[in-house]
Design a protein around this ligand. Sequence first.
Ligand code: GLP
Length: 241
Amino acid sequence: MRIYEVKDYQEMSRKAANILAAQVILKPDCVLGLATGSTPIGAYDALVEKYENGDLDFSEVKTVNLDEYKGLTRENDQSYYYFMHEHLFDRVNIKLENTNVPDGTEADGAKECARYEALIASMGGVDIQLLGLGRNGHIGFNEPADHFEKMTHCVDLAESTIEANKRFFASADDVPRQAYTMGIGTIMKAKKILLIVNGEDKADALAKVLRGPVTPKVQGSILQLHQDVVVVADQAALSKM
Ligand code: GLP
């Protein structure tokens, strides 16, 4: 595991974008595993800038997103589908048929999760998976539990996650209670993982993820067992190390 300590959010975003850009340059038809949340927005902006400068070509790139709220339509501005279009897909020359987000409107969870898992396998797996970190140590929407879920599955969101994410909704009652998420097994199959974390409110979680015991109570701790993880975190997020 390689850990880069950076000054702040801006530096984290630039470094993360450089790592993702290097992947695209080395393998133009790579599969990028993408994430949502406030953490990766700056990295997406930096990727768009590289595209606008003529330094990056997304025409052959394929993407799979980590997760999606169950029940939100693509048009809902809180859906992760909407987020990805707003922050990246509509701003670069990626082919929309090469982008994939779990379908939150599919009511049959088992069917949608099986479809998504098979889709990732049919693409040859993920070359680099970008991850943010939940305040409770979750990755994707894999919430603290007694075990690690292997495959894409439907999850009941933790109260703390609903609380943390309500800032994006009109009220906590509007936050969906369930989501479809890649499983820990799905994430761990990625050839490379890029974890980005900023801010003091993530410092406890990050210390547990990087140095604590590997436990499903802190789902991100499984990353200690992956052979190729790069962490880019700011000083505040690394302050409890
Ligand atoms: C969300 C997402 C995660 C994200 C995390 C942190 O619930 N499912 O993929 O990494 O929580 O979000 P943020 O970056 O806004 O702190």
